[in-house]
Design a protein around this ligand. Structure first.
Ligand SMILES: *[C@@H]1O[C@H](CO)[C@@H](O)[C@H](O)[C@H]1NC(C)=O
Ligand SMILES: *[C@@H]1O[C@H](CO)[C@@H](O)[C@H](O)[C@H]1NC(C)=O
Ligand SMILES: [Ca+2]
Ligand SMILES: [Ca+2]
Ligand SMILES: [Ca+2]
Length: 162
């Protein structure tokens, strides 16, 4: 009896790891993305919103990630007035762009031609700009628009038979 019981435990050691995004989030590589299109927030509120739901205002490290986001932004075009806030800012040191959550300097960028221009000395927040097919523009951080949150993939552990 006892031996049979042990054997049945050992037959359950198969552990399967599967990654997925919460409902409504889009999966790409190791991240999940939420395009928030039902509210227009200024940049600070957008960042706060993302933090409140356990994520960050999106940080774009690669061309691949950027293309994924731009492609989806185009499909949301009807919602997006001027585009989508992303997590980049040069509010700390003018001209030095960093990602606000990680504090990392930009390793990649996709500024539209002639941007960033710090127009009227008062543009310190980055967004995907609908006016230039979602390349990046710097805007006044008080502007209100949609935004994109990013968080790592959730790990779901499934315990079952091998
Ligand atoms: C993009 O930047 C330009 C020039 O700095 C500014 O006039 C424009 O308002 C910005 N676009 C949006 C949608 O905020
Ligand atoms: C925007 O970029 C996409 C992908 O490169 C391209 O297919 C599309 O034609 C562009 N749209 C405009 C209006 O330039
Ligand atoms: Ca990222
Ligand atoms: Ca600036
Ligand atoms: Ca600008």
């Amino acid at each position: 009896m006892f031996r049979i019981y042990l054997l049945s435990i050992f037959s359950l050691t198969g552990v399967l790891s599967q990654s997925s995004c919460p409902h409504g989030w889009l999966k790409n590589d190791n991240s999940c993305y939420l395009f928030v299109t039902h509210v227009d927030n200024d940049w600070t509120e957008s960042e706060y919103f993302c933090h409140m739901i356990g994520s960050k205002l999106v940080e774009i490290e690669t061309e691949k990630e950027n293309n994924f986001l731009k492609n989806h932004a185009r499909s949301e075009h009807q919602h997006a007035k001027s585009g989508f806030w992303i997590g980049g800012t040069d509010a700390v040191v003018e001209g030095e762009w960093i990602w606000i959550t990680s504090q990392a300097k930009f390793s990649y960028d996709d500024w539209a031609d002639d941007f960033p221009d710090d127009y009227e000395g008062n543009e310190d927040c980055a967004h995907l700009w609908s006016g230039v097919n979602y390349s990046w523009n710097d805007s006044n951080c008080d502007e209100r628009m949609n935004f994109i949150c990013e968080k790592p993939l959730d790990e779901i552990l499934i315990i079952g038979r091998k």
